[in-house]
Structure formats: structure tokens, C-alpha cells
Design a protein around this ligand. Structure first.
Ligand code: FAD
Length: 453
């Protein structure tokens, strides 16, 4: 540490105590840095409060309806199940409060100072939070993102995922607008909870960026469950009517709902931070432009997580945080790796995938072999459900390397997490073939698919 560093209040000042900020603060402190983290809302950020965690709890809640029905084929008779939204909300809120407290102790146990309030950078190495100035050798922006809404008449009547976690009452009819994973997940949640659900997406097929077979399979399965999914369809205006909300569509038709949830994208939370004044380069969509080490265009200012709009997932924000801590305070410049990040969509049925879609692989490699299987899982031979599982391997023929693994079906996220390790290790198709399956599972299909399609 040189003398100028000692003149600052902190070695690192983190703005945002979400997935990335908390990890960067804790790990940097464990390397001996003097760290403060500013947070203007609840500790844990999006993931803990209005993202991954409450969302997955809602997905669990909503799947029971199908589970009760499936159980009858196995001999169970249950009284007509009923659902109490207020119990789910209260239990979810209690769990989130517990996690908020866990995050507070994680920071304090690591010796990180928590500064409560909205932070703004007011000069080189200088920030202001709630009227108090702080200085730091390094400033890390980990401010996440925020739902973005289109400017259409009546949009003030719509909610976003932020509000969806706190609705006082479960709507009877819900309209979900959007085609990304958050929209698809909420459509499944509402439908599972017994809400009459319609999902609208302006493009021809939702889950853009995922493998086309995945996208088609999810749409088919969701429709089979009774969801009203409409593609190439968009809302022109929203009107409040006596019976609820009316969405007037671009084709002139309309539909009514009690709740209209927009999940049409998220914008990096970078406005009002004082970045423009300092000359920090910002991309047109609002993301902070960073180099491979998460360094912004201004020395001493770094950014990670959704604020940089690279791969907007919690484990990626955490990975970027750990790399940055190593770079800054351990003398080991470390670039985060954004290749082959496994991910899941907690749709119903869920998606798990890692690596390239078939279309991406065909662009990247001269010859690609595709292995695909669609089948009814063993459980559904008795449950009576017609739900199909889809599994797919994408292989570079020249090297035999597996470059993409995709699944739509129960536990897809759990299964793909394991296979992503194999892919990270450079697994070939021959190595998958040499692996003995676990019988009877769905996952064994990944090591028994022999003939390319
Ligand atoms: P965040 O976690 O958003 O934290 C940013 C923090 O900064 C916030 O607490 C905010 O209050 C604070 N802040 C902002 N500005 C200031 C300021 N000026 N001063 C002080 N504090 C400030 N990811 C997954 O991996 N799996 C999932 O299943 C998943 N599900 C999701 C579901 C939903 C509905 C949503 C919205 C997101 C989901 N995500 C999921 C994405 C995941 O939540 C984000 O990628 C992750 O939270 C990003 O972490 P972050 O550290 O960049 O920002």
C-alpha cells in the first residue's frame, strides 16, 4: 500500500449491497482491504428481495396444484386443495427478512462497514451518502438493474416483478407482457396458483437467445397446461375499467385482467450516480462500459454485475466480484470468464442449459452433430400427465467436444448444473457415451443418446 492510498477513508467503497457488491466487499476485506458498502434499500439486492429467491419460492408454491393432481394416479385421494396467498406472502417475507439479517452479519463479520443511504460519486475518489462524504482509493459500482417499461398510455396501471412479490391479493386474471425468462416464470407461477393467465410477447417465439428446440418445447408444454400464450402480439394501451384493467392490443382487440405484469427488460441502475459528470463511459442502454477486468473508463472506478449488463445472473455477479477482489487486493489480476455459464429458467416445466444453442454452434463450427430426445418421464406413466421432457446435446464433430447441453423437464436446473462441470472440463461425446447412467432417471438420457438427428 502506498502513502496516497492511506489518505483515503477506505481502500474500496462499494455502491450496492446486492449479489455482487456484498461478495466484493467481503472478499476484499478478507484480503486486508478497508471496505465500506453503501445500500439504499434492503440488503441482498435484487436476488434476495425481488428476484431469484422469492421467485423460486413462488415457483415451488405454484407447482403443488399439479403435484396434487399427479398424485391421484399413484393412489392418493386428497380433499380439493385450496390456496392462501397471504400465508405464502407472510412466509416468504419472513424468509427474506432472515436472509437480510444474514447479509448484515456477513458484512459485519468480515469487517465491512455498512453505510445506509443512496450513494453518489461527487469527485475523483469521493462519494456522498446521506450528506456525509467518504473517500476511497477504489470505487466499485454494483448497483444492479431496474425493470424498464414501455411508454404506452396507461402504463401506470401495470406492475413489474418488483411489485409482483408484494401484491396484497392474488389476481383472478393476470396478463403477463414479455418474452424473457422472468415473464415466462411469472406466467407459470400465476397459472399454477390458479390464476387465469395470458402471456403476450411481441416476437414470434419467447425465450430469445435460448436453443430453438427449448423455446418450442416450453411453449408447447405451457400451452398444454392451459396457459393462453400469444406471440406476435403487443399491448398498445391500458385502460382502467370498472371490472379491472383492459389491455388494448396493437391489432385492435382487447383483453381484460386484474393485474398486468410487464417483464419487458431491465435497465442498468446507473443514472444519478454522478458517472456522467466524471466522464465514465456509459453504453447507450445505460450499462457501464468495462474492460476485461471490470475497470471503467475512469481510473479507480470499477463496475460489476447487472450494472455492466454482461451476463445478468447472480452467480456471474459473484464471480465478477471475486475476480475483482483478487485483482485489486491480492495482486492477482483476474478476468471473469463469461463463457459456458450454465443457467436455468424456472418455467413449468423448467429449462436448464449450458454452452451454445444449435444455431450458435452452427455459426461457430463447420460441422455440428445434434442429439435430441423427447420422452414422457417415468413418473408420468402413472400420473396421467402428457408432459414431455426434451434433452439435447450439441457436438462439434471435428473435436467431438460437447459444446451445448439443453434440457426442458423436471429438475433441469439441477441436472444441467452437474453436466456443466463436464462441459467445463471439455467433455467429448465419446466420454458421455462411456459414462454409465443412473437408472431410472431422466438424466441418464444424456449419456445414452447414440444417434444424431
Ligand atoms: P443487485 O443484486 O440488483 O444489487 C444492487 C443493489 O444496489 C440494490 O440493493 C440497490 O438497492 C443498490 N443500489 C442501487 N443504487 C444505489 C445507490 N446509488 N446507492 C446505494 N445503493 C444502491 N439471477 C439468477 O442467477 N437466477 C435467477 O433465478 C434469477 N431470477 C431473477 C428473477 C427476477 C424477477 C429478477 C428481477 C432477477 C433475477 N435474477 C436471477 C437476476 C439477479 O437477481 C441479478 O443478476 C443479480 O441480483 C445482480 O446482482 P448485482 O449485484 O449486479 O445487483
Amino acid at each position: 500500500m502506498n502513502d496516497s492510498e492511506r489518505d483515503y477513508d477506505y481502500d474500496l467503497f462499494v455502491i450496492g449491497a446486492g449479489s455482487g457488491g456484498v461478495r466484493a466487499g467481503r472478499v476484499s476485506a478478507s484480503y486486508g482491504a478497508r471496505v465500506a458498502v453503501a445500500e439504499s434499500a434492503a440488503l441482498g439486492g435484487t436476488c434476495v428481495n425481488v428476484g431469484c429467491i422469492p421467485k423460486k419460492l413462488f415457483v415451488y408454491a405454484s407447482h403443488f396444484r399439479e403435484d396434487f393432481r399427479d398424485s391421484t394416479g399413484f393412489g392418493w385421494t386428497t380433499p380439493e386443495p385450496s390456496f392462501d396467498w397471504s400465508v405464502l406472502l407472510a412466509n416468504k417475507d419472513r424468509e427474506i427478512a432472515r436472509l437480510n439479517a444474514v447479509y448484515a452479519s456477513l458484512l459485519s463479520d468480515a469487517g465491512v462497514e455498512l453505510v445506509t443511504g443512496r450513494a453518489r460519486i461527487v469527485g475523483p475518489h469521493t462519494l456522498e451518502v446521506a450528506g456525509t462524504r467518504h473517500t476511497a482509493d477504489h470505487i466499485l459500482i454494483a448497483t444492479g438493474g431496474w425493470p424498464s417499461l414501455p411508454e404506452i398510455p396507461g402504463i401506470e396501471h401495470a406492475i413489474t416483478s418488483n411489485e409482483a412479490f408484494h401484491l396484497k391479493e392474488l389476481p383472478r386474471r393476470a396478463l403477463i407482457v414479455g418474452g424473457g425468462y422472468i415473464a415466462v416464470e411469472f406466467a407459470g407461477i400465476y397459472h399454477g396458483l390458479g390464476v387465469e393467465t395470458t402471456q403476450l410477447y411481441r416476437g414470434p417465439l419467447f425465450l430469445r437467445g435460448f436453443d430453438d428446440d427449448v423455446r418450442t418445447a416450453v411453449a408447447e408444454e405451457m400451452r398444454k397446461k392451459g396457459l393462453d400464450i400469444r406471440f406476435d402480439s403487443n399491448v398498445a394501451a391500458i385502460e382502467k375499467v370498472t371490472t379491472g384493467l383492459r389491455a388494448v392490443l396493437e391489432d385492435g382487440s382487447s383483453l381484460e385482467a386484474d393485474t398486468i405484469l410487464y417483464a419487458t427488460g431491465r435497465t442498468p441502475n446507473t443514472r444519478g450516480l454522478g458517472l456522467e459528470e466524471l466522464g465514465v463511459e456509459i453504453a447507450p442502454g445505460g450499462a457501464i462500459v468495462v474492460d476485461e477486468f471490470s475497470r471503467s473508463s475512469v481510473p479507480g472506478i470499477w463496475a460489476i454485475g447487472d450494472a455492466t449488463d454482461r451476463v445478468n445472473l447472480t452467480p456471474v455477479a459473484i464471480h465478477e466480484a471475486m475476480c475483482l477482489a483478487r485483482t485489486l487486493f491480492r495482486g492477482e489480476p483476474t478476468k471473469p470468464v463469461h463463457r459456458d455459464v450454465a443457467s436455468a429458467v424456472f418455467s413449468q416445466p423448467p429449462v436448464g442449459c449450458v454452452g451454445l444453442s444449435e444455431a450458435e454452434a452452427r455459426r461457430a463450427y463447420p460441422q455440428v452433430d445434434v442429439y435430441r430426445s423427447r420422452f414422457r418421464a417415468l413418473k408420468h406413466t402413472l400420473s396421467g400427465s402428457s408432459e414431455q421432457t426434451m434433452m439435447k446435446l450439441v457436438v462439434d464433430r471435428a473435436s467431438d467436444r460437447v459444446v451445448g447441453i439443453h434440457m426442458v423437464g423436471p429438475d433441469a436446473g439441477e441436472i444441467i448444473q452437474g453436466f456443466s462441470v463436464a462441459m467445463k472440463c471439455g467433455a467429448t461425446k465419446a466420454q458421455l457415451d462411456a459414462t454409465i447412467g443412473i437408472h431410472p432417471t431422466s438424466a441418464e438420457e444424456f449419456v445414452t443418446m447414440r444417434d444424431p438427428v
